[in-house]
Design a protein around this ligand. Sequence first.
Ligand code: FAD
Length: 388
Amino acid sequence: MSGIKKLRTDVAIVGGGIVGASAALALRRMGASVVLLERDLCGSRSSGVNFGGVRRQGRPLSQLPLAQRAHRIWGELPELLGTDGEYVRSGHFKIARSESDMASLERYRALSSDFDLGLELISAARLRTQCPWLGARAVGGSLCLEDGQANPRLVSPAFALAAQRAGAQVFERHRVDEVAHDGALFMVRSAHPEGALEVQAPLLLNCAGAWAGAIAAQFGEAPPMSARSPVMAVTEPVPHFMQWSLGVEGGGIYCRQVARGNLVLGGGTGITLDADRARAERDAIATLSMQAVELLPGLRHAHIIRTWGGTEGYLPDREPVLGPSRTTPGLFHGFGFAGAGFQIGPAAGEVLAELARDGRSDTPIDAFAIERFDEQPVSPPLAVPSPT
Ligand SMILES: Cc1cc2nc3c(=O)[nH]c(=O)nc-3n(C[C@H](O)[C@H](O)[C@H](O)COP(=O)(O)OP(=O)(O)OC[C@H]3O[C@@H](n4cnc5c(N)ncnc54)[C@H](O)[C@@H]3O)c2cc1C
């Protein structure tokens, strides 16, 4: 093992998911020097294995300013990243399976009317004509025409590559083992087998996803985050019939069809094997298959060719932590996106870059302050959330 490599930078970032990588890119565009350390490969965790739903519809109102900001960024991917990441504004349709679901979708449309989501309620009669492929349980729904879908395996690593092209120093396979603060500078250390790395920076972004609690804990902060693993499956290609990305009101199954014809399905929770690994679980796949056929009867004979899971961090209120540390000046957190951080990730990254540069952002983030967990007892994990 060779000696310690020491670097000095304006901003150090832990974690090369979509949040950390987009923060790195935004900081480079602001002219700051950046070192990003990623334990595995950039975009290989939640950010690269998620469902690929890029939707604003259905988010809590507190997230809509961030989601709207992200919506603009998604529209500029080719210029920003040099690839569209298979992002398409295909429409996101939230299905109602009862009159009370329909009423709840109507309520959401009214409550979110300030955000210009363009939600359109679709009746059962129109659905039968327009979408004959939908199962009989759908009694209507809400369409957000400009929401869409993308390929997470392309988009998330592309943010890190773009940051690197813009001058960020990106170290993959460098796990941050230790972080310290001497009152002025952070010391971020990684014991890499080919030579340890020590990064000194006045500013540190904690973007370590489901593992960010361990970084926060080094600064005396312990948000009550739990790790869970949404389940994904993909079918063999079938003739293309569906443009929209689908979800159901109240949660449960969600699915989309990619250009090649495969249906990507999600729903339920898998097994967290250990701190690093997650797997889709047999019963969850069986339930998902039954729900898929009920929703889309044409899938009756389609084979599932692959299943997987991913490890994601959840706070009890299912809102992320996004903002300054309450113990350590210069430390900013961005984690705990509760199965819904792919769409808002690029905006969260920009907000973190603004916080690092200016100490503030025009995008409202008060709802995501870490202080909201002060003196709260650690809550037990909540029921299965719906990632999309
Ligand atoms: C199966 C699944 C489906 C989902 N579907 C959707 C969806 O359709 N739409 C949507 O909007 N969201 C979805 N999500 C949520 C979304 O993927 C996440 O919220 C988002 O990717 C979080 O990004 P991140 O950068 O915070 O975390 P991550 O992508 O997990 O990145 C964090 C990174 O930090 C690294 N790291 C951790 N500890 C260290 C350390 N000590 N040193 C160095 N690096 C470290 C990790 O290796 C990881 O790469 C889904 C999530 C899952 C798991």
